[in-house]
Design a protein around this ligand. Structure first.
Ligand code: ATP
Length: 437
């Protein structure tokens, strides 16, 4: 059933222009995905909703956008050069590669029963070279997380904006990990996007703000429509914690592959700033004016994946409904996330006055929210297409519209239809979309 759901989602994404296999015409680059016309809207809407609630609606948050390429010493300070390893085993027979942690039997290939090599460490960072000479001095990494771009800008923020604790820095951007076992559609890929916050607090306040962010981030997903029963918090056991973390909770979603991490919230203590202070030789302490003391703030880090969030929202929104004898597939995405807010159709495309009026209405709506115009099928087909990408409202212009200056507006979820005057249409839809970020 679950695998079936994943297949249906992958197929819908391709069919309707949400997500395509990368480099498809060359046979595809495995586990790499491109977002198509509707997919990029959905993904942008997820990022916009995150930025809205975490940056624009707060007084204590600063946005930023760091470069993907960073000084190689960053990754020594962060511990990634030394510790960002997975153990891998290769099958001597079928040549498949496995993450040792996933193997029940460490000696035998789970696919062909061939002999496995001994588990060997494998650094997950992508390496490249900067400049024309590919030597050790030019070695550079594609960042495996966006977080370090924030830590190295901590003192720039202090000097330019003079924030008082607690405050945070927020960033959305690409990260790269040479995962041993990517897969499950966009769940685990080697190139992905992260939405990360580093929230700096007084050490004594760290536990309080850790709990606060776990709740806030959990509720953000619920607020955007994920079903409560599909979302859970999983605190890490002590032996699961990274060496620097005091506490960590995963927000897990019930993906078609089972409960898996959507976002992690960690109390990283003062590890990161101390490391960068030591490796850079710069003073990265915070000066508390009132108490007249200098110290390293503790850091609470909510770190989520954009692609995993998109996959969770798609999975949760996917519905099949019986309508008369047919099955209606509909993405019941939250109104903030729906890629298209309204679609406009002429009922008869061989009547130029109707087509012209429909195009005029679409052009006007497009100035206020994402609207699409479509006249490439019969009305039933047009509705079906829009339902499958979660379009909120379908507006149909018919013969009668030419006389009574009214159009039919159909609601995605209830499928109820209403006649609305053309002069009131935009306000009517804006009223429905009120609060959309
Ligand atoms: P996992 O245990 O699934 O490998 P992680 O604990 O290594 O994830 P973090 O380092 O905490 O992940 O990264 C923060 C977030 O970035 C994750 O919660 C996830 O949403 C996203 N993420 C991490 N790795 C990938 C990946 N390979 N593909 C897609 N998203 C990812």
């Amino acid at each position: 059933m679950a695998q079936d759901l994943m297949e249906k989602i992958v197929s819908l994404c391709k069919r309707r222009g949400l997500i395509f296999q990368s480099s498809d015409i060359y046979g595809g680059l495995s586990n790499t995905w491109d977002y198509g016309p509707y997919g990029v809207e959905l993904k942008n809407n997820v990022k916009r909703a995150w930025w809205q609630s975490n940056v624009y609606e707060r007084n204590d948050m600063f946005g930023m956008d760091a470069a993907i390429l960073m000084h190689p010493k960053v990754w020594e300070a962060s511990g990634h050069v030394e510790n960002f390893f997975d153990l891998k085993s290769d099958c001597k027979n079928c040549k498949k590669r496995f993450k040792a942690a996933d193997l029940k039997d460490k000696l035998v290939c789970p696919e062909c029963k061939g002999e496995l090599t001994e588990a060997r460490p494998f650094n997950l960072m992508f390496k490249t070279h900067q400049g024309p000479v590919a030597d050790d001095a030019s070695l550079i990494y594609l960042r495996p997380e966006t977080a370090q771009g924030i830590f190295v800008n901590f003192s720039n923020l202090l000097d330019s904006r003079h924030p008082k604790l607690p405050f945070g820095m927020a960033q959305i951007g690409k990260a790269f990990r040479n995962e041993i076992t990517p897969g499950n559609f966009t769940f685990r890929t080697r190139e992905f996007e992260q939405m990360e916050i580093e929230y700096f607090v007084k050490p004594a306040d760290a536990d309080k703000y850790y709990e606060y962010w776990v709740e806030l981030r959990h509720n953000w997903y619920l607020g955007l429509g994920l079903k409560k029963e599909n979302l859970r918090k999983r605190p890490h056991a002590k032996d699961e914690l990274a060496h620097y973390a005091r506490a960590c909770t995963d927000i897990e979603y019930n993906f078609p592959i089972g409960w898996s991490e959507l976002e992690g919230i960690a109390n990283r203590a003062d590890f990161d700033l101390k490391q960068h202070a030591q490796f850079s030789g710069k003073d990265l302490q915070y000066f508390d004016d009132a108490a007249k003391e200098r110290f390293f703030p503790f850091i609470i880090e909510p770190s989520g994946g954009v692609d995993r969030a998109v996959l969770a929202f798609l999975t949760d929104a996917y519905h099949e409904e019986k309508v008369k004898k047919d099955t209606r597939v509909v993405l019941k995405l939250h109104k903030d996330l729906a890629p298209v807010k309204a679609a406009v159709f002429p009922l008869l495309k061989n009547r130029p006055e109707i087509v012209e009026l429909a195009k005029k209405i679409a052009a006007d709506l497009k100035k206020s929210f994402v609207t699409t115009y479509d006249d490439t099928g019969a009305i039933g087909k047009l509705y079906r297409r829009q339902d499958e990408v979660g379009t909120l409202y379908c507006v149909t212009i018919d013969v009668q519209s030419l006389e009574d200056k009214q159009v039919t507006v159909r609601d995605r979820d209830t499928m109820l239809q209403e006649r609305i005057g053309i002069d009131k249409l935009k306000d009517y839809l804006l009223g429905k979309l009120k609060g959309c970020s």
